[in-house]
Ligand binder design. Sequence first.
Ligand code: HGY
Ligand code: MN
Ligand code: MN
Length: 437
Amino acid sequence: MPGRLIGVDRDRIQVAARRVMARCDELARVTATPGEGIERIYLSPEHARVNRLVAEWMREIGMSTRQDAAGNQVGRIDRGDRDAPALMLGSHLDTVPDAGRFDGIVGVLMALEVVRLLRVPGEGGLEATVPLPFALEVIAFSDEEGTRFGKALLGSSAVAGSWRDEWWALTDAAGVTLREAFRDFGLDPGRVGEAARSPEELVGYLEAHIEQGPELDRRGESLAVVSSIAGARRFQIVVEGEARHAGGTPYESRRDALLGASEAALAVERICRAEHHIVGTVGQLEAYPGAVNIVPGEARLSLDLRGELDGSRDRVWSAISRDLDEIMGRRGLRWRAREVHAAPAVFCAPILQDVVREGVLSTLPAGADDPATIFSRAGHDGMAIAGIADVGMLFLRNPDGISHHPDEAVAAADVAVGIQALAEAVLHLGAEHATGR
Ligand code: HGY
Ligand code: MN
Ligand code: MN
């Protein structure tokens, strides 16, 4: 089907892309660590500030706005019937520590540009825009990363209605519980259920995101269709040995927890490298009591384990567990693991893969080959939203795949074609719905 975004000249798309890049810079300045990088965590003053900024930008293009009961910022623009289901676009505004300025953020801002392009004449839009048989919503999820409480996808879990009461007791590094943080932010824990959306309210969820991997850069292509999102499991592992004097304790008498944890981290790498599409990462490793002259009696390490398929990922976890039994047994140590996050792999809906593919093709010369279709090793809010709606994703080239790092980058030119592709995808989905697919 030929491109449908008629009446939109390239300059308009370039202006949109420049606005996205400028706003990524503006949002990057809303950080808990000014001068030391970008950090914006769930239920923080920075979270509140970016929600207010994005709400302004939503109203600027005619959207009604609300902050939902879990702190997600939502904008909506109707097409006639105010009760029509909506296509939800968006991504997340929270970050990891010392983050880049595009992970999540660029997807929220691109969604706003798509709404701006697809407004009908009555909303300051284009005469030529094809009417849509559904409303458009943009959501800025509040906690995709899980930086503050360790459990990721809190904002999108609330929207999906999969919030769990056990999460209220989760604590941050300062010992503040999720319940207390909710209240401090001005939210009522007892009303978090009001954020939940029903499947009938949504025709789907479409997210644009940087790839956070090197594939598109290697291919020299701007955009890709996402086939699936890797399933993730996160563990906090404790290794127990015996704290002893660093000088007077002979090696044969030591039960050094840090050395056991270190062997464990190397075992994770060895086992995962031998597998296909499985990655395991130890991102945190701490020794206790943490004095220079004490053999560590305890060590705590995190494990982030992901796989394209849940079954193979879980088999790798069993293999890692067996290896840890051997390591700790040999060293006279004990270990235990607590699972702090789990999200099953999600397959993007074929209809949404198709419209994203059509959208990307609309940005390429006629007769171009199909764009790349790749699976996401990074996690995304779609893993939670898949519980209530079809999920689709569009990837943007991310030079060197650098992400979760200040050097994270995306080219304005790729943002421009990404906006056009996303807008075209929406119009193609509208056409599919209009024909009853
Ligand atoms: O960790 C991830 O994959 C995502 O960036 N939250
Ligand atoms: Mn991230
Ligand atoms: Mn992200």
